[in-house]
Design a protein around this ligand. Structure first.
Ligand code: 5RP
Length: 294
């Protein structure tokens, strides 16, 4: 059931991560590296997205034992992923007392029509979106953090840019509409009218907007921040690179100082090869994660 007071508290928890880097980790050792590099949170998952992409098959919630090991290894918040629509995986993650659940398109969707009713949980949720309508539908279901989806596991930033520009551009457009036009916009966006009106009057989402999917370099992270992301998620870009410890620190530095090209340049020096990348435009349609969910 919708509870505005709890919603406000959860949004506050999400805002505490603003300006930071949330790093995907698959074990306690990587979690320690992430924390030492300055990550504001870690995302516990069995395989980073590029490995999920390489291996194929059904990708599911991680083993609770692995999640507990990561929780014990770090003091920063620990997130974990549930499949789209898999509310029992979310119940399990809530019982493990992770700090955030990511209802993620990176895992294989469990339900083709329904996302999780996030109001039914005490724990805050983050969800991905490719456009404003998708973001507002997730918020309407109770998500308290939106991340632009990008195309996880490719190392190609182009989709993250497309999704961030789309969300921010659509928000700007709403601010110029009158009441009658907003009602039509809500219909076109397939989004709740009250949320559309709120976005039009404030010029922003009612929850933090972060960016994920395809960030592989310090400059990529700074690019997404300059385009309006309030924080970034980085997975494959760090732990599939040649020197994860250095790259993790460099991505944190560039995210913190995203408007300072000198610091981004310094952070980018001598990091060694980035992850093996894939051009998103050449992916077959059935290998695109961002179109999962609606
Ligand atoms: O799924 C995620 C967020 O929910 C990942 O953290 C993020 O998308 C990682 O993508 P990449 O491996 O391309 O950095």
């Amino acid at each position: 059931m919708r509870d505005e007071a709890t919603f406000g508290v959860k949004v506050g928890l999400a805002e505490m991560l603003s300006g930071g880097v949330i790093m995907d980790v698959v074990d306690a050792e990587q979690a320690r590296i992430a924390e030492e590099a300055g990550a504001c949170a870690v995302m516990a998952l069995e395989r980073v997205p590029s490995d999920i992409r390489r291996d194929g098959g059904v990708a599911r919630m991680s083993d609770p034992e692995m999640i507990r090991g990561i929780q014990q290894a770090v003091t920063i918040p620990v997130m974990a992923k549930a499949r789209i629509g898999h509310f029992v995986e979310a119940q399990v993650l809530e019982s493990l007392e992770v700090d955030f659940i990511d209802e993620s398109e990176v895992l294989t969707p469990a339900d083709e029509a329904h996302h999780i009713d996030k109001w039914a949980f005490k724990i805050p949720f983050v969800c991905g979106a490719t456009n404003l309508g998708e973001a507002l539908r997730r918020i309407g279901e109770g998500a308290v953090m939106i991340r632009s989806k990008g195309e996880a596991g490719t190392g190609d930033i182009v989709e993250a840019v497309r999704h961030m520009r789309s969300i921010r551009g659509e928000i700007k457009r709403l601010t110029r509409l009158d009441d009658a036009e907003l009602a039509t916009a809500a219909k076109e966006l397939q989004s709740p009218l009250d949320l559309v009106r709120e976005v039009a009057s404030t010029g922003k989402l009612p929850v933090p907007l972060f960016s994920a999917g395809g960030i592989a370099t310090p400059a990529d992270a700074a690019l997404m921040m300059q385009l309006g992301a309030e924080a970034v998620f980085v997975g494959s870009g760090i732990f599939k690179s040649s020197d994860p410890e250095r790259r993790a620190r460099a991505v944190v530095e560039a995210t913190t100082h995203f408007q300072d090209p000198d610091r981004i340049a310094k952070a980018s020096e001598g990091l060694g090869p980035a992850m093996m990348s894939l051009e998103t435009s050449k992916l077959p349609a059935d290998q695109v994660f961002a179109t999962r969910g609606w």
